[in-house]
Design a protein around this ligand. Structure first.
Ligand SMILES: *Cc1c(COP(=O)(O)O)cnc(C)c1O
Length: 454
């Protein structure tokens, strides 16, 4: 399998060559040269890790130890159940696909746990080391830290906004005692953290001297890992391989739902991919009008992991929309850089979309709790709200559960007047000792810290 850049000006590469990279050298994102086809009959009935191996082997065909890595990633020990992504049926034809049973209780664990093991394996083979630098407002950073803790050859430097995460999110990160995990609490907001990462990465000499890497959502391995649970969910919800289904996906950076699009391109019978935006409705606007317009300000919402001004994985889909014409993508993104928007014919295909607000979220959490006795988190609620709006008779609807409610207790209390359920193993999480370093909003402070600890 070769990977090409969405901007059409970079040489094709193998999977192991792009694993540790972010953007392609021409500024584009890597995508597979073409989407492999899946044989549904041979996949149905496989366990999660067998299925993951069968799907991922097509994308990661130059990794000899993939089977071992996948087998040690998708275990009951790490994900709580043998199913890894159990399907919960609320009523016939209406399901939740549970993606949040990993160590940090959000779907990002599914890809990140694999990424951690892939990194470790490749670094060992190349006898080299890597320093991961990232910024987080909550979910991504904790998923990355839990995936990379204790890994040989890897140090993690994670910037988070000092005093601005929920006590639970803070504890999920800061309570880790592994010496290779470095929590840097920046005196500033999340945007400041992101700017610092950009500034340090712009210092090419520093970046190559210290082998600075990233684990952001454009990493192809993360997308590929997410393709697997669309297959798993499909097989759990259907009995025949010609039954069409719909998936509803709460979306921010377009990583999760793009994986569904890839599954569909591989032949999974998906009638519709239902995209849910929150108040930051860049993507809903695109799918309803064809206009892609970057927001100047990100609104802080009660589904914070979808608070984005632009959707970083979206370019991969745009590449297909314009017939895989890299020059056209370059043009569009040049226009985006100068004018903040571009227009395409409104796509009339596998995607439909909708928008969900704070009030919708509260109402949906309450409705699902009252009717089915199931507590869902605010992001999942956005997906359920929009998913139900687009539900079609005879087409099973699978709503992706992207986090557990315990991560967002304030919103749950507002919706239900009670505290969310909490997994036993996390009962006293917030009382554990915490390890973090407060630093100034200054790239030199970040560089100095890395120099002293890498
Ligand atoms: C990251 C995240 C999302 C958004 O996923 P994208 O891949 O960015 O579209 C939705 N819900 C939760 C809980 C998340 O952590």
């Amino acid at each position: 399998m070769l990977y090409v850049s969405t901007r059409g000006n970079a040489p094709p590469r193998r999977f192991t060559d792009i694993l540790l990279e972010g953007l392609a050298p021409d500024g584009g994102l890597y995508v597979p040269e073409d989407y492999p086809k899946a044989d549904l009959a041979s996949l149905r009935g496989k366990s999660y890790s067998e299925l993951a191996h069968a799907v991922l082997a097509q994308f990661m065909d130059d990794l000899p130890d993939l089977k071992r890595i996948v087998g040690s990633t998708y275990t009951k020990n790490i994900f709580g159940t043998d199913d890894i992504t159990p399907l919960k049926t609320l009523e016939p034809g209406f399901h939740l696909l549970g993606l949040s049973n990993g160590p940090t209780l959000a779907f990002k664990d599914i890809a990140m746990q694999l990424l951690g093991n892939l990194f470790e394996s490749i670094l060992k083979k190349e006898r080299t080391t890597l320093n991961i630098l990232g910024a987080t407002s909550g979910d991504t950073g904790s998923a990355a830290e839990h995936a990379l803790r204790g890994k040989r050859g890897i140090q993690v430097f994670m910037l988070s906004p000092h005093g601005r995460m929920s006590p639970f999110q803070r504890a999920q990160m800061y309570a880790l005692q592994d010496p290779n995990i470095h929590n840097l609490a920046v005196k500033g907001v999340f945007d400041d953290c992101q700017d610092l990462v950009k500034q340090v990465n712009a210092d090419r000499a520093f970046k190559s001297k210290h082998r600075i890497g990233a684990v952001n959502s454009i990493n192809w391995a993360r997308v590929a890992a997410q393709v697997v649970y669309y297959f798993k969910g499909y097989f759990s919800a259907t009995e025949e391989d010609d039954q069409e289904v719909a998936f509803a996906v709460p979306s921010g950076n377009f990583g999760n739902i793009y994986a569904g699009y890839v599954a569909r391109a591989m032949g999974l019978p998906i009638r519709k991919l239902i995209l849910a935006s929150n108040e930051n409705d860049v993507l809903d606007e695109f799918f309803s009008t064809g206009r892609y317009r970057v927001r100047k300000n990100v609104q802080e919402t009660s589904s914070p992991s979808m608070d984005i001004s632009k959707a970083s994985n979206f370019e991969r889909y745009v590449f297909d929309l314009v017939g895989r014409d890299g020059a056209r993508v370059r043009d569009l993104y040049r226009r985006l850089d100068s004018r903040g928007e571009f227009d395409l014919p409104r796509p009339d295909g596998e995607f439909v979309s909708g928008r969900s607000t704070h009030a919708d979220r509260l109402r949906t959490i309450k409705q699902v709790y009252d009717r089915f006795g199931v507590m869902i988190d605010p992001h999942t609620a956005d997906g359920v709200k929009v998913g139900l709006e687009h539900r079609q008779p005879g087409v099973p609807l699978l709503c992706l559960e992207t986090a557990l409610p315990v991560k967002f207790s304030q919103t749950i209390r507002e919706a239900l007047g009670r505290d969310p359920e909490r997994p036993k193993r996390l009962e006293s999480l917030e009382t554990l000792p915490q390890r973090f370093t407060v630093i100034e909003r200054d790239p030199d402070a970040v560089r100095r810290y890395i120099e002293d600890h890498a």
